[in-house]
Structure formats: structure tokens, C-alpha cells
Design a protein around this ligand. Structure first.
Ligand SMILES: Cc1cc2nc3c(=O)[nH]c(=O)nc-3n(C[C@H](O)[C@H](O)[C@H](O)COP(=O)(O)OP(=O)(O)OC[C@H]3O[C@@H](n4cnc5c(N)ncnc54)[C@H](O)[C@@H]3O)c2cc1C
Length: 472
């Protein structure tokens, strides 16, 4: 055995889990494809690219303490390592700097986090159109930003990134807000939960006030969006419709965002059962209250288990480890329950706010399912809405069959960019619930792997050298 526990992902869930597991005496190896620990929210936290702490704000720097505890925990951290398979027997395969290796651990915790929900508007494949999260990644590392960008979509992360841009002194051309006014009324029904998370509400209102004070156009009630331009020179304008009126804005950069969803590929390809979550409009793994998946040797924590935010992610990581330590005979169920009580209460508090957020920022159908035939759904294989409709008309019953009809979802991203859109589209076209329509059947390797990387698996010496070279 290489370790008691392998953790995939060095975000708040993975780091908190590693610290906890070490405290309980487990040997731990943590792998992450990023060069440094931090995950999405705390990306690059140990070597921040920006000197001015006001730009990314206190929530970002709050991660420094956890990252330090993780570094000092005695956990073996293999950075720059992409995990591409976990077998039913619990063997984990990863590749790093051109070579692959494997690990045998008694239990695996997947803490692979979230990704942004696709927003397949006309023109979303043009150069210059990116996700707002990608814009934030450039800001966190290496400290780059685009002047005069248009931000479009909705959700707390979108407004946070606009605010971070403004803090950095970067001009923002406009914010095109796609949240329908009707969502306010539905969200009011969740007011009880919203009040339990009032510190988040207060933070959100402060962001809005500061964005408003900056005087940038903030256009509400946007119902249509289109990026205009050509593939050679990229986006040049954004066309939008709000309150019945159509307008154009000149820009070279359009940043889209409509919330985050669990990054499910590794868990799905490892055989963990998932179900459709209609409130969060995404697939989430079937888990017990400790994050144990349908596979006995795999647990899942953090946003990969359902979107809950960074604080909830860390709590879920700790709770999962309490149960893993129990399964591995390091503590009794009574000890597990006693140490977990306080975290469980905190987690309930954190999650009480989610139904309000999920309802308020629920993206509308035209931004989840394209309306125009020529809109690209699968960017990798260039499959359009028209192609998908044609396949359904020929009898294609679901996302998995759609692969055979069109190659949709079979490109390098393995369906990350189109999977959710395709699930909802196929369900609509076949008049089925999304749960029945299903998702792509995912297979290892979950990320692109070249033959050279695969070949190193047959050479144990190369594998060991590579592993040693990447340990930090
Ligand atoms: C682009 C983006 C930016 C965000 N920015 C913020 C923000 O500024 N503030 C905020 O409050 N929330 C932000 N969020 C939401 C935030 O990610 C989560 O609430 C929180 O970070 C979840 O923590 P986590 O530990 O579950 O996962 P993450 O923090 O997402 O960490 C997951 C880690 O797993 C690694 N990983 C995934 N798959 C593999 C694999 N196959 N092999 C190896 N490693 C893998 C990733 O590299 C990543 O480091 C952001 C989300 C996204 C998608």
C-alpha cells in the first residue's frame, strides 16, 4: 500500500481533509493537477501574484491559514498530477510531466471541486469570449486582466469577479445581468434559509453597492445575448435584449458566467452513481451523510458532492475523513460522532443559505439550452443544436447514444463543456425527465493522455523517477 488515503484535489475540501486525516494518524497522499495547493478559490494563495490584498479581498486570503496547515501536516503532496482513472479495486492512475504512475491506497477521497456551468449563447466559441472564472484565474495567476470587457450572466461569483476587476482598477465596459426578475419572488419563499446566511447577504449587498458606485452600466433583465465577430479577429460586439429592447456594445472581451456545478467526470468514470439535482440543475453523486459514494472505497467531498461554497467544502472534507478513519479502523463510530458534531452543525448553517441562492440565480432555459440551430453545443467535436435535433429525430434516445450519432462529448474535454446542455436538450427532445435521459457514460482516461504517457506505466523505473521529481 502506498498510503491509507489518496485525496484528489487540493482545494479547501482536499486540504482540510488531508490535515484532518493526518491528525487521525492516517498516511495521506494528495494529488492535484495544479502546480500549487489552493483549488479554485485559493488558487496560488501561497505565492499571490497581486501585491495589493484589497483586489482579491479577505475571502481569498482566508485560505492562507488552511494552506499552511496543509503544508505542515506531513501529507505527501504530488502537484502537477492529473488523476485519470480510479479502478474498482481502488488503484489510482495519474500522469504528470509526460509520464504516468499508479498508487494503491486503502481509500480514495475525490475532492475535485466545481466548474462553471456552460453558457452556450450564439458566438460563445469566438476568440475573446471566455468564462468569467477564466478571467479570474488570469487575475489570481499571473495577475493579468482585460480592459473594457463585458461581463454577462448572473450569480455571486460573477459579481465578485466584476468587483475584483474594479478593485484592481481595470475598466469594465458593462455588466449584462441575465437573472429574471421573477426569481426574486421564488427566492423569497426561501427567506428563512437566507436569513441564516445573512452574513453572505450583507457581503453580496456590499459588492453590489460598490459596483453601482463605480458607475459602470449594469443592465438588468437581459433575455437574449449574442457575441458578434469572426473566428479570425474574434469578438467585436455583444448584442443583447433587455426589457424588450435590443442593443449593441463594442468590446473585444466577453466574460460569461451562470453559476458553478460539480466537476463529476472522475467520480462518474469511477463508477460512483449520480442523480439529477433539479434545484442546482446538475448531476450530483449519491452519497451518505459522510460523503461515502456508491463505491465502497471512494468518498466525495467539497463542491464535487454538490455546490456549497468554500466553507462547506472544507467541512465536508473533514466529515468525510472522520468516516474514512472509522472504516479504516482508526477510531470508533462513537469517537467519529463526537468529533463531528460541531462541524455538522456548521455545515447545516452553511447549506441553509443555498436554496435561496440556487433559486435566485437559477439560470433561465434559453441560456442553458440554445434556441438557434447553428449554436455550437459540443465545442470539441463542433456539434451544433441542429445536429442534435437531427439525431433525436432519427431516434437517438439520450446523451450516450448521441456520441455514436454525432461524436458529441467525445473530444478532449470529455463532455465537461457540453454534458449538462446535452442532458437537458436530450430530455426535452425525447420528452423525458433529465434523470431518465441520463448523462454520457464516462470512461478512463477522464483527461487527454498521450501514448507516451501511457507507455511509461510499463516502465516502473521511469514511474518512480517521475513521482519523486514532482513531490513537494
Ligand atoms: C473558476 C472558478 C473560480 C472560483 N472562484 C471562487 C472565488 O473566488 N470565491 C469563492 O467563494 N468561490 C469561488 N469558486 C467556487 C469555489 O471553487 C468553491 O466553492 C470551492 O473552491 C470548492 O472547494 P473544493 O475543495 O470542493 O474544490 P476546488 O477548490 O475547486 O478544488 C478542486 C481541485 O481539484 C483539482 N482536480 C480536479 N480534477 C482533478 C484530477 N482529475 N486530477 C487532479 N486534480 C484534479 C483541481 O485542480 C482543483 O485544484 C470558484 C469556482 C470556479 C469554478
Amino acid at each position: 500500500m502506498d498510503a491509507d488515503l489518496a485525496i484528489v484535489g487540493a482545494g479547501p475540501a482536499g486540504m482540510a481533509a488531508a490535515v484532518q486525516a493526518r491528525q487521525l494518524g492516517l498516511s495521506v497522499v494528495l494529488l492535484d493537477e495544479q502546480p500549487r495547493a489552493g483549488g479554485q478559490i485559493y488558487r496560488n494563495i501561497e505565492r499571490p501574484a497581486l501585491r495589493d490584498r484589497a483586489i482579491l479581498g479577505p475571502d481569498y486570503y482566508a485560505g492562507a491559514q488552511l494552506a499552511e496547515a496543509f503544508r505542515d501536516s506531513g501529507c505527501r503532496h504530488i502537484s502537477g498530477a492529473t488523476v485519470w482513472q480510479i479502478t474498482p479495486e481502488g488503484q489510482l492512475f495519474y500522469s504528470s510531466e509526460g509520464a504516468s504512475a499508479s498508487l494503491n491506497c486503502r481509500h480514495v477521497l475525490i475532492a475535485s471541486g466545481a466548474q462553471e456551468r456552460p453558457m452556450p449563447i450564439p458566438g460563445w466559441t469566438l476568440p475573446g469570449v471566455m468564462t468569467a472564472g477564466a478571467a479570474q484565474i488570469l487575475l489570481k495567476n499571473p495577475g493579468l486582466a482585460a480592459q473594457d470587457a463585458v461581463f454577462a450572466g448572473s450569480g455571486p461569483l460573477l459579481y465578485l469577479i466584476v468587483w475584483q476587476y474594479l478593485q484592481a482598477g481595470i475598466r469594465v465596459k458593462a455588466v449584462l445581468d441575465t437573472m429574471p426578475a421573477g426569481n426574486y419572488r421564488s427566492a423569497l419563499r426561501q427567506l428563512g434559509g437566507a436569513l441564516r446566511g445573512r452574513h453572505y447577504l450583507i457581503k453580496g449587498l456590499k459588492l453590489f453597492r460598490e459596483i453601482k458606485r463605480a458607475g459602470i452600466p449594469f443592465i438588468r433583465g437581459v433575455t437574449e445575448l449574442e457575441a458578434l465577430g469572426d473566428s479570425g479577429s474574434g469578438v467585436s460586439q455583444v448584442r443583447y435584449r433587455a426589457k424588450g429592447r435590443q442593443a449593441l456594445i463594442d468590446t473585444r472581451q466577453l466574460f460569461l458566467h451562470q453559476g458553478v456545478v460539480p466537476n463529476v467526470n472522475l467520480a462518474m468514470a469511477s463508477g460512483c452513481e449520480h442523480r439529477w439535482n433539479d434545484r442546482q440543475l446538475c448531476w450530483t453523486p449519491k452519497l451518505d451523510p459522510w460523503g461515502q459514494s456508491s463505491q465502497s472505497h471512494i468518498s466525495i467531498a467539497g463542491d464535487g458532492s454538490g455546490i456549497g461554497g468554500a466553507v462547506a467544502a472544507a467541512l465536508r472534507g473533514r466529515l468525510a475523513v472522520q468516516q474514512i478513519a472509522c472504516l479504516l479502523g482508526r477510531q470508533t463510530a462513537a469517537q467519529r460522532d463526537a468529533s463531528s458534531r460541531q462541524w455538522r452543525r456548521q455545515l447545516q448553517r452553511e447549506l441553509a443559505f443555498r436554496p435561496f441562492l440556487d433559486t435566485l440565480y437559477r439560470p433561465t432555459e434559453p441560456f442553458r439550452k440554445p434556441v438557434r440551430e447553428e449554436v455550437m453545443v459540443c465545442r470539441c467535436e463542433e456539434v451544433t443544436l441542429g445536429d442534435i435535433r437531427a439525431a433525436a429525430a432519427q431516434g437517438c434516445m439520450g446523451p450516450n447514444q448521441l456520441k455514436s450519432f454525432t461524436r458529441c462529448g467525445m473530444g478532449p474535454c470529455q463532455g465537461r463543456q457540453c454534458g449538462l446542455t446535452v442532458s437537458e436538450l436530450m430530455a426535452e427532445l425525447n420528452q423525458q425527465p433529465v434523470e431518465d435521459s441520463g448523462y454520457y457514460r464516462l470512461r478512463a482516461p477522464v483527461k487527454p493522455l498521450n501514448l507516451g504517457e501511457l507507455a511509461t506505466l510499463a516502465d516502473p523505473a521511469a514511474t518512480i523517477d517521475q513521482e519523486t521529481a514532482n513531490e513537494h
